[in-house]
Design a protein around this ligand. Sequence first.
Ligand SMILES: [Mn+2]
Length: 226
Amino acid sequence: MTYILSDIHGEYELFCRLMEKVKFSDEDTLISCGDMIEKGKHSVLLAKLLFSMKNAVLLAGNHEYDFLKYYWSLMRQTDDYDFVLRKLQEYFPDDGALLDWETVDRMEALPYFYEAEDFICVHAGVPLDGEGRILPLKDASPEQLVYDRSFKDQNVLPKDGECVFFGHTTSMSLGTGTQITCYLREGKRGYHVRDYYKVHLDTGAWMSGVLGCFRVEDCRSFYVEK
Ligand SMILES: [Mn+2]
């Protein structure tokens, strides 16, 4: 089975409980649409766990991108790598001491989108043309993909056949409670992932205490709560 989620934001325990709830196994695939770090207390612990999972596809969100921009600015200032690592550890006030170079390198190698046959995963949004068709993601900038502020709007519905999975904006600020919100195409019943225009995954776990994931095969959502 394939499970997709987003915006875990350092909520290590909630994530572990969610994986237990869905009985996540080596035969399953996990896709995380970015913002694994910051806000919650266990950013680095969670990042290391995700990076250790062989069957996980991990994307960068704006929080990873901002971290990398800070890293790149430090690297331009000095070639004292011990100093750089210390500053990067201070970036995470709660568990920064766990940060090592391998985790930094893995963070830097994160892709900004993932395309499967029936769906696309991205942190904030995909670029659309005037007709609502999805523009080639390989031509989009990281900034476009991690900071997009309009794709979340309820009237923005990509016309192509693939479903777009995204997070970035909490469901509370969108007025959709603490649910994963699926935007169903007209005349479709919702049994297949292509029946949806897009699926908004961010239930604001760090704030609401609710973390959810979406299972692609049967279009079911699962939640755990603090
Ligand atoms: Mn975000």
